[in-house]
Design a binder for this molecule. Structure first.
Ligand code: ZN
Length: 333
């Protein structure tokens, strides 16, 4: 398969074009913003310093709630927020019933080493199985979403984001942190105030993608309508600091080892916590003929935080079929 000679996007990626040098239209479009990246990163680090100086210690309980999967990126973000900013942090894990056992141990090790409170939400298996079985079989989300992640991942992350925001509103927590990699979410959204109007739209989009009975069963995970009025003055800021701090996978892994974090051996090349991911990728690849992580990894190759060879390995190396069949069998598909 033909891939861009600069990033790693394939010819099967919707809407892509290649020029005479074999460089893709996305690489060409990004050229000017990439050259401005170092100064934008410095600007965002200053903005976060200012935001934290204005919010730290003001809320009744916690300064920030962190969506914490136990993977390397969210573990490293947690370390950064604690060690650089000394925030009062509540780490929140969404247990989707596919958390790697090594990741479970990593979560405990990291929150203990950093001295952070931690909560887990584990929805009942029948509900989780319905959601993942549906998204394994169908693309219930619009195409722009599916260019960036599989249907299964999008459903799972949608629940994580919704719950993190709900807890922030209910506990008056001013910041919600995510460990998105520099390729996963753009720097422009790395510090962003949430608001009732935008949130209501996002929630409506997520809910309307679901069949009515599943949407009703998932009611406890969504923002109640009354919150848009009663919490209107305390919608939090979303932050994802890895978009504007130095990002190097090997450095991140070695820093995390000092906290007792270990690299899982039971996950695929694009996850360090989830045993569903290989299956989610496989479903997406069969339907769309491009890898659901290729957008993220191509961004990181373009930004120079990963070499092209490393990116090719992550996306195009053969995967272990046992990981795919493990999840398929567990879901009964
Ligand atoms: Zn490219």
């Amino acid at each position: 398969m033909k891939t861009c000679s600069r990033c790693i996007l394939p010819e099967t990626f919707p809407g892509i074009r290649f020029d005479a040098e074999g460089i893709c239209s996305h690489c060409r479009k990004e050229e000017s913003s990439l050259s401005a990246r170092p100064s934008r990163q410095a600007e965002y680090r200053d903005r976060l310093d200012g935001l934290i100086a204005a919010t730290r210690g003001q809320a009744p309980s916690y300064d920030v709630i962190m969506a914490y999967s136990g993977g390397k990126d969210s573990s490293y973000t947690l370390k950064l927020l604690k060690e650089r900013y000394d925030l009062r942090i509540l780490a929140f894990t969404f247990d989707n019933h596919f958390v790697s056992p090594i990741s479970v141990e990593n979560i405990k090790a990291v929150v203990d080493a950093l001295g952070i409170d931690h909560i887990t939400v584990r929805p009942p298996w029948p509900l989780v199985r319905s959601l993942f079985s549906l998204t394994a079989k169908e693309d219930i989300f619009p195409l722009p979403t599916l260019l960036r992640a599989s249907s299964i991942c999008t459903a799972c992350i949608g629940m994580v984001k919704s719950l993190a925001l709900k807890f922030a509103l209910e506990m008056s927590i001013p910041l919600v942190a995510f460990g998105w990699s520099p390729g996963q979410a753009p720097i422009q959204s790395a510090i962003m105030k949430t608001n009732p109007t935008m949130t209501r739209q996002n929630q409506k989009a997520l809910r309307s993608a679901l069949p009515p009975e599943l949407s009703a069963a998932m009611q406890p995970y969504f923002i109640p309508e009354s919150h848009y009025v009663s919490c209107a003055d305390r919608f939090p800021q979303n932050i994802h600091p890895l978009a504007f701090f130095d990002y190097d996978e090997e450095h991140i892994k070695s820093e995390l080892q000092t906290l007792g974090w270990k690299l899982p051996s039971d996950t695929d090349t694009n996850s360090t916590n989830c045993l569903l991911n290989a299956f989610a990728n496989d479903c997406h690849l069969r339907r769309h003929r491009f890898h659901p992580y290729v957008w993220e990894i191509a961004n990181m190759v373009r930004q120079g935080v990963m070499t092209r060879a490393e990116g090719m390995e992550k996306i195009y190396a053969p995967q272990d079929d046992r990981m795919v069949s493990h999840a398929r069998q567990k879901l009964g598909l």
